[in-house]
Design a protein around this ligand. Structure first.
Ligand SMILES: [Zn+2]
Length: 324
């Protein structure tokens, strides 16, 4: 049995305790999926074949099915937030993370150790995992240079303003990742925007899961085969380009660091809205959680060595980026 109770492998698996592999594959009994983003379902097919159980929140498991990952019923372990389950002598708990539909943090503990992984998160709204021996943390924006200078609500207000103005002229296309799309849908409905959402069939199914998660009605939602005028069309961020179009195009990305919203060309906008903690929020999380040791996930973040150095110098907590 391994004596080190938390580490990040070269292939991006977060190994917790003795039995769990999180967001990447390893030959361990239980694969945990914290959320459905591509960089957190690495080698999932292999884990479905080789691991005894595949665990996640009911929302995550439902979206995985929509995305085509067929987990056999006898391997599927659906967990509620905050409800520990004991597996092979270790207690496993999924803790909420404010990121996308169904997102979780992971806590593994026994009488002898307590370790955890934040996965992707933002603050406030993510309860820090307290009193850990080892905290594995995500650092998507791992350096002070990547700090956004405005609040979420400013970027969301800018987005809603552009959407409302553009709808007077015709349809709007919003480009974003899975998860962020559903969050934007929810924000638009809460703020009283009533125009139809147009998505593909997969997008429609994921929106239905999001309705349960956020407890907000998102209708009217239609699939792309429907007739539409003055609608809000959602597409995956990978389909975005800046070629001319009759429709207003909006890319929603956390990597726009110049302003909350920028018109890059006529009717083409970039809005700076992210579902990841800013650098300051990462440090705030660690300060509050007070772990004995920090591992920054070096396989997914940016400038993770700088994050580790900062945690050591500013907070005085031993920290490293892993794999080194
Ligand atoms: Zn994510």
């Amino acid at each position: 049995m391994e004596s080190i109770k938390a580490r990040v492998t070269r292939s991006g698996a977060i190994l917790l305790g003795s039995n769990f592999t999180v967001d990447g594959h390893s030959s361990r009994p239980v694969r945990i999926v914290t959320h459905i983003h591509a960089d957190h379902i690495l080698e999932l097919e292999k884990s479905i074949r080789e691991c005894t159980l595949v665990a996640g929140t009911s929302y995550t498991l439902e979206i995985l099915d929509i995305l085509g990952y067929k987990i056999p019923m006898d391997k599927m372990l659906s967990l509620d937030y905050w409800k520990p389950i004991e597996i092979l002598g270790e207690a496993l708990t999924l803790v909420p993370a404010r990121h996308i539909v169904g997102s979780s943090q992971v806590l593994v503990e026994t009488r002898d150790y307590r370790v955890g992984y934040t996965s992707d998160f933002k603050m406030p709204g993510t309860p820090p995992l307290m009193d850990l021996d080892i905290l594995v943390i995500d650092a998507t924006y791992g350096s002070p240079h990547l700090q956004r200078k405005w609040a979420d609500w400013e970027a969301m207000a800018a987005l809603i303003n552009i959407v409302e103005e553009s709808l007077k002229k015709g349809s709007v296309v919003i480009y974003a990742y899975h998860g962020k799309i559903q969050e934007i849908m929810m924000e638009l409905r809460i703020r009283g925007i009533k125009e139809s959402f147009i998505v593909d069939l997969q997008g429609l199914k994921i929106a239905r899961v999001a309705e349960k998660f956020y407890n907000v009605k998102l209708d009217p939602i239609m699939t792309s085969s429907d007739e539409y005028t003055n609608s809000i069309i959602f597409r995956h961020a990978s389909e975005y380009n800046e070629s001319k179009s009759k429709l207003t195009k909006i890319l929603v990305t956390g990597w726009e660091l110049r302003a909350p919203a920028i018109e890059v060309k006529d009717n083409i906008y970039r809005v700076s809205f992210s579902d990841h903690a800013t650098f300051k929020e990462i440090i705030d999380y660690v300060r509050e959680a007070k772990p004995k040791q920090v591992i920054v996930d070096g396989t997914r973040g940016t400038a993770t060595k700088i994050t580790a150095k900062y945690v050591e110098k500013i907070l005085g907590i031993p920290a490293m980026s892993q794999p080194s």
